[in-house]
Design a protein around this ligand. Structure first.
Ligand SMILES: [Mg+2]
Length: 213
């Protein structure tokens, strides 16, 4: 079924943008290795290491975590202030809202549904007998995949790329931010702030509403 046409498209990163958390860190807590994975995630978001290589290494820490941990992780997710207002405002003005994440469908599916996001894409964790194997299924959603999702969703929504907004905090968001009509650094790392069209200073997504086309 073709997607409905939209007036504009907003694409958000998930971890530290749509939500306050980094889901990989919450999952690693379940393996007792949260601090170590948090440090590795920080380096990846600053752009110091290859994202896909780093993600595979961080996910390997999750081997043996039971899928029952997903419910505990979900309970710890904190939506970013203003996210519901931003999504409602985008919809009221005829916009479509997407989320593309280097995190995981296993958590994002419930969060995106709850927040009223129209479309989303993330990595999938491999499980065996209700236990994480510590591997990712298929190609990693990295910076290139984020840009591809933005372009694909804009095309299928009949939205010219000039009428897209991409919002992110990490180095893996830079390609989609550069491709979008407007690239917004939100709660962002210094390298991301330096390359964005605009920097949102307050951690409140309502700041984006006046920028909607
Ligand atoms: Mg992020």
């Amino acid at each position: 079924m073709p997607a409905p046409s939209a007036r504009f498209l907003v694409v958000l990163d998930a971890d530290s943008t749509l939500i306050r958390n980094e889901v990989i860190e919450l999952l690693a807590d379940e393996a007792g290795r949260g601090a170590e994975v948090a440090a590795a995630t920080e380096a990846a978001m600053r752009g110091e290491v290859d994202f896909a290589t780093s993600l595979r290494s961080r996910v390997s820490v999750l081997a043996g975590v039971p899928t029952s941990a997903f419910a505990r992780v979900l309970a710890r997710i904190e939506p970013t202030p203003g996210v519901r207002e931003l999504i409602a405002a985008a919809h009221a003005r005829g916009g479509r809202v997407g989320v593309v994440s280097g995190g995981f469908h296993e958590i994002l599916d419930a969060v995106a549904t709850d927040l009223g996001v129209d479309i989303w894409r993330a990595n999938r964790l491999v499980t065996d007998s209700e236990t994480l194997t510590g591997t990712v299924d298929g190609a990693i959603v990295d910076a290139g995949a984020k840009e591809a999702a933005l372009r694909e969703w804009a095309a299928e929504s009949g939205v010219p790329i000039a009428r897209t907004i991409a919002i992110g905090d990490g180095a893996n968001d830079l390609r989609m931010m550069a491709a979008a009509g407007l690239g917004l650094a939100f709660n962002a790392k210094p390298t991301v702030r330096a390359q964005a069209d605009l920097v949102i200073e307050r951690v409140d997504l309502r700041e984006v509403i006046p920028l909607l086309p």
